[in-house]
Ligand binder design. Structure first.
Ligand code: GLN
Length: 289
């Protein structure tokens, strides 16, 4: 007779497949509907027979690179547990840098600011901003209908009054202006070797043109038509794209351009303020005849 299938054995199987211990504990805790502490302290407990097949499926999916968040069905972002599926990018901690910056902009601005999160995915940025700043009126868009459903369900569950619109970038917000526009667009270059490790996430949330700059450039080009006077555009970008984004903002006439670093100290977000009055008066004057 084979040894009973215990929690300890389940964790050993995960280790043999090369899974990180924390991932294995979290997967098991989710499957058994017990806390991680319970999993750690009940090594000799038998695995429920009905769950063993599910456990093996989870193990093989994780070993094949499926993000832990997709297997658990949720990801923590800015202190909020967000439901996620393979229709959306897994929210990353570096995006919290953008939320921190957004909130500091809002605190110095108008009392009921209009905020836009373009390409919201799971809704992470919009939901985090709305939760921290309840007087803001927050809009969120995405070109993917399945992604927008994930974001809408998160908003409903968290009772956050976000307004959602389906559409490609600016098409979803025709004629609207905002005090603050945020985006974590796709910014990885097509063919970038990092993409091998990201193949389980939606490609349209990851790549954008040969340099990864197409979406960022499109955001900069059209933002002024959607910003109020003194409004801000803040964007996340790749670790090596701060100069390109800064130059794009400068050429468009943005002011107060700044780059913020993430917790790994990589230049991660760049943004600027739209002051059309200053921009138009400070344009070089044509020489007098
Ligand atoms: N920061 C993500 C990564 O490199 C990419 C997210 C994005 O393209 N917006 O894994």
């Amino acid at each position: 007779m084979s040894a009973p299938h215990t929690i300890a054995r389940a964790l050993d199987q995960a280790k043999a497949l090369g899974l990180a211990r924390l991932d294995a504990q979290q997967l098991l805790s989710h499957l058994l509907q017990k806390s991680r502490t319970w999993v750690i302290t009940h090594a000799d407990e038998a695995m429920p027979a009905a769950l063993i097949d599910d456990w093996h499926t989870q193990l093989s999916r994780r070993a094949a690179g499926t993000p832990l968040a997709y297997l658990l069905g949720f990801k923590e972002f800015y202190g909020i547990a967000l439901d996620v599926s393979a229709d959306v990018l897994v929210p990353r901690p570096e995006t919290e840098t953008l939320v921190d910056w957004a909130l500091s902009c809002l605190r110095g601005g108008v009392t009921q600011p209009r905020v836009l999160d373009l390409g919201t995915g799971s809704g992470a940025i919009a939901l985090a901003v709305q939760q921290a700043y309840m007087s803001a009126q927050v809009w969120a868009t995405d070109a993917s209908a399945p992604a927008l459903i994930v974001a809408q369900n998160n908003a409903k569950r968290l009772h956050l009054p976000i307004k959602f619109a389906l559409g490609d970038w600016w098409q979803a917000v025709c004629g609207l202006r905002f005090d603050l526009i945020l985006s974590n667009p796709p910014y990885i270059a097509e063919g970038d070797p990092h993409l091998d490790a990201l193949q389980h996430e939606p490609a349209q949330a990851l790549t954008s043109g040969p340099e990864g700059l197409n979406a960022l450039r499109h955001l900069i080009a059209h933002a002024p038509a959607h910003l109020t006077e003194g409004g801000w555009l803040l964007m996340e970008h790749g670790y090596n794209q701060a100069n390109a984004v800064t130059q794009g903002l400068q050429m468009k006439g943005f002011r107060a351009i700044e780059t913020r670093h993430d917790l790994a100290n990589l230049p991660r977000c760049t943004g600027g303020q739209w002051l059309s009055a200053i921009t138009s008066t400070s344009k070089p004057q044509a020489p007098s005849p």
